[in-house]
Design a binder for this molecule. Sequence first.
Ligand SMILES: Nc1nc(=O)c2c([nH]1)NC[C@@H]1CN(c3ccc(C(=O)N[C@@H](CCC(=O)O)C(=O)O)cc3)C=[N+]21
Length: 288
Amino acid sequence: MSQTQTARLMDGAALARRILEETSGRAAEIARRAGVTPCLATVLVGEDPASVTYVRMKRARCAKAGIDSRLVRLPATITTAELVATLRSLSQDAAVHGILLQHPVGSHIDEREAFEAIAPEKDVDGVTMSSFGSMSFGRPGFASCTPGGIMRLLDAYDVDLVGRRAVVVGRSAILGKPVGMLLLARDATVTYCHSRTTDLAAAVREADVLVAAVGRPRLVRGEDVKPGAVVIDAGYNQGNVGDVDFDTARTRARLITPVPGGVGPMTIAVLLEQTVDAASVQLGLAGP
Ligand SMILES: Nc1nc(=O)c2c([nH]1)NC[C@@H]1CN(c3ccc(C(=O)N[C@@H](CCC(=O)O)C(=O)O)cc3)C=[N+]21
């Protein structure tokens, strides 16, 4: 028998558009009621071309949604202490409702220490330990944006998670680790794989829901995807290629995210939505 079955695509671009339309309406409503426009501050350290592009995309999306964005550009040579001071001052600036420190920063900087200088109520990118803890325990707080976007996508396509085997490839602080916690909170049976995992293929073959989040082009082989699985490719690599061998994976999966047009746009939609959530709490228009 020939393999002619093709997975349904999970259209993150379309879902992100819907979220951004609603977010844009809420931003306008806040401006009308409070006389203040929600504002996201983006901190960019150095000139890494990929980071410059991502930050530009985020700011363009803010402009379109009626959210102010403030860009703080810092030289690559900045120290941890200087970066922390910048983030503390943004945390205290009443005109700023959300703060995003673009990852990665240079290796001479303690990125964790920098993230922790972001006030939790402004951590719309969900990178602080406080946000991670709240998110893991199902308490109010901001989800890390890509993990939050992945869960929205799974829900939009009615993916049942209870008792299912979810395999997360990658354990980064703002992607792999938190998405595993969100899946666990929804009663999936979660396995984390990473660079020290001895048999990645064996784990992938068991996955009902696979989340690839390492940033290694086509690390996950399509032939290892379990027939009928849901495949979320959150890998961002140069040249818009994901972590999953898409062409083969789509002949086996039931649902799969494309790259581009899958997880990427959802990340930005959640960031902007959480910025509006933060503004509305800070301006006294909603409970926390
Ligand atoms: N503190 C922090 N938070 C982040 O959320 C964060 C970060 N640092 N550092 C870098 C990664 C990467 N990231 C992406 C966002 C959108 C797309 C996206 O929209 N991509 C489009 C394609 C874009 C293109 O055409 O180049 C898509 O997949 O359709 C991709 C990647 C957020 N990140």
